[in-house]
Design a protein around this ligand. Structure first.
Ligand code: ADP
Ligand code: MG
Length: 373
């Protein structure tokens, strides 16, 4: 087994006239045995990146290596990867047993008895031993996905590539399969790249997550690093549910002033580094209601979740979200005041979107020390 290295991988589609730049000089290093989640909005280039790693697309430029082996010129079948897709593409006329063993039958010299025992072992690992005689149409969505996984696992590939493999499952099963898949991957120790557009899935599953937008890799890091210290406004906005609250504020000395009478006094002017405007970001869980001295906003909707409450607030026509203690229960239409700790404040450059201040510069250093230590 081995890690995967992408060096300035570029993929353009089309020739001459209209070209689409799907993958824009991506550098990415995935450690041996790592579970890396590639996440980003639809059309950002995730599938194309994965297909380049698989060898199903030729790269326009750049190199891809598995360990020290440069696989860029190799075709898919010579790369020793197994892919799992959203569409399981099981053979409908074959039993589960045949479906799982099919690839091995084609690609190895193993005897039928050896293949049978490998199929049984794999089925046991996935908890589908009793389904080996069934046809795909007799199976539930979750069972079909397990068979598709079995087909990939049995080959003991160097690398697993998974493209939104759980998207067709209902929410409950998806959550269950997430955990199973993680456990399985840790057990097998096979380097895995897992693609999803769902940031919740990415946060829950990844050893590290790689956030992509418009073909460009935005940030790679552990889920908590990406959440606490996003490199830019796109990442801050994409990661986290409900999303971070964002608006523009003018800067005068140490005072920020924004929409709806929002004002906030910074402890030091150096935090905005000479800018006269900034984008302000506050996570919903960092919004605190106060009796006075905060910014006034109107409650549009109050959602009582039992363990916590979500408030959807109106601030001069902008919707802000606050996640507050379940004991505090303001009503729709009521005016409240909110504030937040400076420690929790994010600031972004209005022009480039680059992060100027994030939530935990210090804590992030601690996290890094832990990782490297
Ligand atoms: P994602 O998986 O993140 O949704 P894709 O990798 O499928 O994104 O697509 C990235 C971009 O490349 C999109 O603009 C898409 O339309 C384009 N694209 C993907 N495959 C092809 C292709 N075979 N020919 C032309 N354009 C393509
Ligand atoms: Mg895709």
């Amino acid at each position: 087994m081995s890690g995967i290295t992408l060096e300035t991988v570029r993929k353009e589609f089309g020739d001459g006239g209209e070209t689409v730049l799907a993958v824009d000089d991506v550098d990415l290093e995935i450690a041996d045995g790592e579970f890396l989640v590639l996440v980003g909005p639809s059309g950002c280039g995730k599938t194309t990146t994965l297909r380049c790693i698989a060898g199903l697309e030729d790269v326009t430029a750049g190199t891809i290596s598995f360990g020290t082996r440069d696989v860029t010129p190799l075709r898919a079948r010579d790369r020793d990867v197994a892919m799992v897709f959203q569409n399981y593409a099981l053979y409908p006329h074959m039993s589960v047993k045949k479906n799982i063993g099919f690839g091995l039958r084609l690609s190895t010299q193993l005897s039928s008895a050896e293949i049978d025992s490998r199929v049984e072992e794999t089925a046991e690992m996935l908890g589908i031993s009793e389904l080996l005689g069934d046809k795909p149409k007799e199976l539930s969505g979750g069972q079909q996905q397990r068979v598709a996984l079995g087909r990939a696992i049995i080959r003991e590939p160097e690398v697993f590539l998974m493209d939104e493999p759980l998207s067709n499952l209902d929410a409950k099963l998806r959550a269950q399969m997430r955990t199973e898949l993680q456990e399985l991957q840790h057990q097998l120790g096979t380097t895995t790249v897992y693609v999803t557009h769902d940031q919740t899935e990415a946060m829950a599953m990844g050893d590290r997550i790689a956030v992509m937008n418009d073909g460009v890799l935005q940030q790679v890091g552990r889920p908590e690093e990406v959440y606490l210290s996003p490199t830019n406004e796109f990442v801050a906005d994409f990661i986290g549910s409900p999303s971070i609250n964002l608006f523009t504020a003018d800067v005068d000395g140490t005072t920020l002033s924004g929409p709806g009478g929002f004002t906030y006094d910074l402890s030091a002017a150096s935090l905005v580094d000479g800018r006269d405007r900034v984008r302000v970001g506050i996570r919903p869980e960092d919004m605190t209601l106060v009796p006075e001295g905060g910014t006034q906003a109107t409650v549009n909707v109050a959602e009582h979740m039992g363990n916590e409450n979500f408030l959807y607030l109106d601030l001069a026509g902008r919707e802000l979200t606050a996640r507050i203690d379940s004991a505090i229960r303001p009503k729709a239409g009521q005016t409240i005041q909110f504030t937040f700790e400076e420690e929790a404040l994010y600031l972004f450059d209005t022009r480039t979107g680059e992060a100027v201040k994030t939530k935990t510069d210090d804590a992030d250093a601690d996290v890094r020390a832990l990782i490297s230590g």
